[in-house]
Design a protein around this ligand. Structure first.
Ligand SMILES: C[S@@+](CC[C@H](N)C(=O)[O-])C[C@H]1O[C@@H](n2cnc3c(N)ncnc32)[C@H](O)[C@@H]1O
Ligand code: SF4
Ligand code: SF4
Length: 343
């Protein structure tokens, strides 16, 4: 399929994590995973992608800082050899001052995010299933901000956790945070099984958004969100590059075992798997140009799937979200949907 350029890859540099979040799309675990892509395999994938037009890389996980040597080796390769700008996502709990100092691993990134799953320790630690994780994430964010590195704090509201974010915003302002990104919970990975009882109710989302906007303008903090989050929080500023759904159009997400998905939210959504790089000899271009699923997803974006006319979902995936569809559609809708394989 000519015309589609793979510009952006988010890749899980490991599957390991010191936390055990209830909602984790990567289904990260503490122990070493035998199937994890090696640093050399990841470098090979990214080199190949560069010749396909790659110009933006996100190094994620698992927790990237759980294996600093691996993260640093891949990040240096991207910056020094590929010359492609990088961003990373961390839970913040393993950040040290050394990582933030000149020459430290976090200085290799154009943007670093630290996520908060609640406004205070009881709610955040409940979501991470790890004591002290809130305190340590806050300390990590403070070190990154203090060093003047480009930090964005992510807020992920869930049912019952929405209220405290207003107060947290004030505390983050006090340590120098200037950007906050809201992220809607996606029914992927571990969140899929608990999505019904974990997704925030409409009223909670409305209040969360109002609180964020009010705190942002009072405290001078930029509040933003990507396309899929803005489907439920439309007043938040649009994040650059996320004005519309680009799933499978200019990006993919690669998990720690080499499975390829059309976007990060789709990570672990089996219906949307495009292929596995280990199984196909690391031929990324074959997946990008020839995968039947990526062709279907592009047809869906272009409004060419005639079956969608029979689908009850609103908004339909073309203006909504395929990840949300796969995680929440009824059995009757699954029977109609061309994205679902019936074998
Ligand atoms: C998978 S984590 C990996 C990086 C790092 N361990 C962290 O937590 O930031 C990347 C980001 O995705 C978020 N995330 C994980 N599962 C999610 C889900 N089901 N829906 C929305 N965001 C999710 C995390 O909270 C974090 O902000
Ligand atoms: S969301 Fe991040 S911090 Fe939480 S378990 Fe998954 S990888 Fe770990
Ligand atoms: S769920 Fe399937 S049938 Fe419905 S709009 Fe999305 S792609 Fe089309």
């Amino acid at each position: 399929m000519p015309g589609y350029v793979l510009e952006h890859i988010d890749i899980e540099v490991n599957h390991r994590c010191n936390l055990a979040c209830r909602h984790c799309s990567a289904q990260a675990v503490r122990r070493k995973s035998v199937n994890e892509l090696t640093a050399d395999e990841i470098k090979g994938i990214l080199s190949r992608a560069k010749s396909m037009g790659l110009r933006k890389i996100g190094l994620t996980g698992g927790e990237p800082l759980f294996d600093v040597a691996k993260l640093e080796s891949i990040a240096k390769f991207c910056v020094d050899d590929l010359r492609i700008p990088l961003h990373t996502h961390t839970n913040g709990t393993l950040v040290t001052e050394e990582m933030c100092r000149s020459g430290g691993v976090l200085t290799l990134f154009e943007s670093v995010s630290v996520t908060f799953l609640g406004g205070d320790a009881p709610t955040h630690d409940y979501m991470t299933r790890t004591k002290m994780s809130f305190e340590r994430a806050f300390r990590g964010a403070a070190m990154i901000a203090e060093a003047g590195l480009p930090l964005t704090c992510y807020f992920i509201p869930t049912h019952g956790t929405c209220k405290g974010f207003k107060e947290l915003t004030e505390k983050l302002r006090d340590i120098g945070v200037k950007r906050i990104r809201a992220m809607a919970l996606a029914p992927s990975g571990r969140a899929r099984l608990i999505f019904g009882e974990t997704a925030p109710l409409d009223d909670e989302v409305r209040q969360f958004e109002e609180d964020l906007l009010a705190a942002g303008s009072r405290l001078g903090i930029h509040m933003e969100a990507g396309n899929c989050t803005r489907l439920s929080m439309s007043q938040l500023a649009v994040l650059a590059g996320h004005e519309k759904c680009m799933s499978g159009l200019n990006r993919v997400h690669i998990d720690s075992k080499g499975n390829v998905f059309p976007c990060t939210a789709a990570s672990g959504v089996k219906e949307l798997t495009l292929g596995n790089l280990r199984k196909n000899g690391f031929r990324l271009e074959e997946i990008w140009f020839k995968s039947e699923m990526i062709k279907l997803i592009r047809m869906m974006h272009e409004g060419l799937l005639s079956k969608c006319a029979e689908c009850d979902r609103e908004p339909k995936c073309q203006f909504g979200c395929t990840v949300n569809a796969c995680g929440t559609m009824s059995e009757a809708e699954r029977q109609v949907c061309p994205l679902i394989k019936h074998s």
